[in-house]
Design a protein around this ligand. Structure first.
Ligand code: ADP
Ligand code: MG
Length: 228
């Protein structure tokens, strides 16, 4: 039987055209990522990490090649299916936490569940559950500015996993955190993959990930150049 990967990428290229210039951000990326694995994309700034994450999550369209999520080619998704994909199948975490500043932790999480179509009753239970899982049961009604950077990032993680996505995508999630807090966040990511079978794809140059990741891809000039 053919293995069904959580994420499969075949000969992916992405060329940006800036006036007369062409920038080859991705130049034939290949990857097969098993469900529930913690995969890291490493590479210096400009190596194509963000572009690859955007193409995998359907935020950007590759110039050529294909991405399959749970065995389905995303180029065949309709616009509506792409929206569903981003609301239900994939959770996103960014470096700058992008939380709504006037919303409490609870409200930030609740909003995502509302977008994913959850009922009021379900949302109420799930919001508290997921914020407890990231250790914020005492912080449900606090707003981002009342929290530390690490706590804010935990809210972002709770928000990203709330709708139980199959795949979690994080772009430089520890970029603004100190070492101790980064380690806690990476540990939490590791727990999420183990407990819920979530596939985690993280772009980072944080060397701490070595202790947590299952696979580390090195990206160089838009190509995967080695795997650990
Ligand atoms: P990384 O996330 O590893 O820093 P990026 O994926 O952001 O790398 O960028 C890869 C290459 O593509 C870089 O040369 C960058 O300048 C270029 N690039 C990224 N986004 C755009 C864009 N929207 N328009 C033009 N060039 C871009
Ligand atoms: Mg980037």
């Amino acid at each position: 039987m053919k293995t069904m990967y959580s994420i499969r990428v075949k000969n992916l290229t992405r060329t940006y055209r800036v006036q007369a210039r062409e920038i080859h951000a991705l130049q034939g990326v290949e990857a097969e990522i098993a469900k529930g694995s913690f995969v890291v994309l490493r590479g210096r700034s400009g190596s194509g990490k963000t572009t690859l994450l955007n193409c995998i999550s359907g935020l950007d369209q590759p110039t050529s090649g294909e991405v399959w999520l749970n065995g389905k080619a995303i180029s065949q998704y309709s616009e509506r299916q792409r929206v569903e994909l981003r609301r239900k199948t994939i959770g996103f975490i960014f470096q700058s936490q992008a939380l709504l500043p006037l919303y409490s932790a609870r409200e930030n999480v609740d909003l995502m569940l509302r977008l994913a179509g959850w009922s009021y009753q379900q949302r109420r239970i799930r919001t508290e559950e997921v914020l407890s899982q990231v250790g914020l049961q005492q912080w449900l009604d606090h707003r981002p500015f009342e929290m530390s950077g690490g706590q804010q990032q935990r809210v972002s993680i709770a928000r990203a996993v709330a709708a139980k996505p199959d795949i979690l995508i994080a772009d430089e999630p520890t970029g603004e955190l100190d070492v101790a807090t980064s380690r806690q966040i990476l540990h939490l990511f590791h727990q999420i993959t183990r407990e819920f079978g979530t596939t985690l794809l993280v772009a980072t140059h944080d060397p701490l990930v070595d202790d947590f990741a299952d696979v580390i891809y090195h990206l160089q000039d838009g190509r995967i150049n080695g795997e650990l």
